[in-house]
Write a protein that binds this ligand. Structure first.
Ligand code: 5RP
Length: 243
């Protein structure tokens, strides 16, 4: 890796850490039930929460992790854990995102945890997003895939249905079954993920979201519309809020 690239990576890592730490400092108080997101930015929120519980700054916290990976990280910090079944109404959920538009609509799930992330976020009193500024976009779907979690049963048929979604007609869309190390990627829920790629921003977001979830075989999709309450955007100049 060249020195310039190394510096860029280090800088991005610092920005993620700043966002994760700030979200915990500003939004988590003793006694809260907290949804913990998944990904390299949410990682720092979990780290900060773990530190603050360890040093006694935060007490009586219960955390609900959104993936096995986050659960393992939380366990390594001895963060007390619950589920939506034991704690149905989290006070706050903190999570990263793949893309954020100016209305705080999101694409999530490139890390594969979209189902649990959406379940926790939807029940949380407040949904706090933490991103580096490169995640801000004019229209969703421009920097990468829209992930869709589907059942393994007859996945090719479900993938065909995804391409037939009415809201996508007239725009160029392609679908790929997600692979990892030459194997089909399997989610924590034992499902598959189809990544949808668009040549231009995804049209008709609300209709697209409804039509995707209406497909039998689709478990959940990565469009998180009108869910986020606040977004902490981390850049070289510091953190700014979008509400
Ligand atoms: C995982 C997610 C992540 O929140 C999203 O991919 C952002 O991750 P990162 O902070 O590593 O960029 O949705 O399913």
């Amino acid at each position: 890796m060249s020195r310039a690239v190394q510096t860029q990576v280090a800088c991005t890592e610092d920005m993620k850490k700043a966002a994760g730490y700030r979200a915990v400092d500003d939004h988590i108080h003793s006694g809260m039930v907290v949804g913990l997101g998944t990904g390299s930015t949410a990682y720092y929120a979990v780290e900060r929460l773990g530190q603050k519980i360890k040093n006694g700054e935060l007490v009586d916290i219960v955390a609900i992790p959104t993936s096995t990976k986050t659960e393992n990280q939380a366990r390594s910090w001895n963060i007390p854990l619950g589920t939506l079944d034991t704690h149905p109404s989290p006070d706050v959920a903190i999570d990263g995102a793949d893309e954020v538009d100016s209305h705080l609509n999101l694409i999530k799930g490139r890390g594969g945890a979209l189902l649990r992330e959406k379940m926790v976020a939807i029940e949380a009193e407040k949904f706090v997003i933490i991103v580096v500024e490169s995640k801000l976009v004019q229209g969703l779907g421009v920097t990468g895939a829209l992930p869709v979690e589907i059942t393994p049963f007859c996945w090719k048929r479900t993938m065909r249905c995804l391409l037939d979604v009415e809201a996508f007609q007239g725009c160029q869309v392609s679908a790929t079954l997600r692979q990892e190390q030459d194997r089909i990627y399997v989610t924590d829920n034992h499902n598959y993920i189809v990544d949808l790629f668009f040549k231009e921003p995804i049209p008709e977001l609300v209709s697209a979201a409804r039509q995707l979830i209406d497909i039998v075989g689709v478990v959940e999709h990565g469009l998180f519309l009108h869910m986020a309450d606040v977004c902490l955007v981390s850049g070289k100049e510091g953190i700014r809020l979008i509400e």
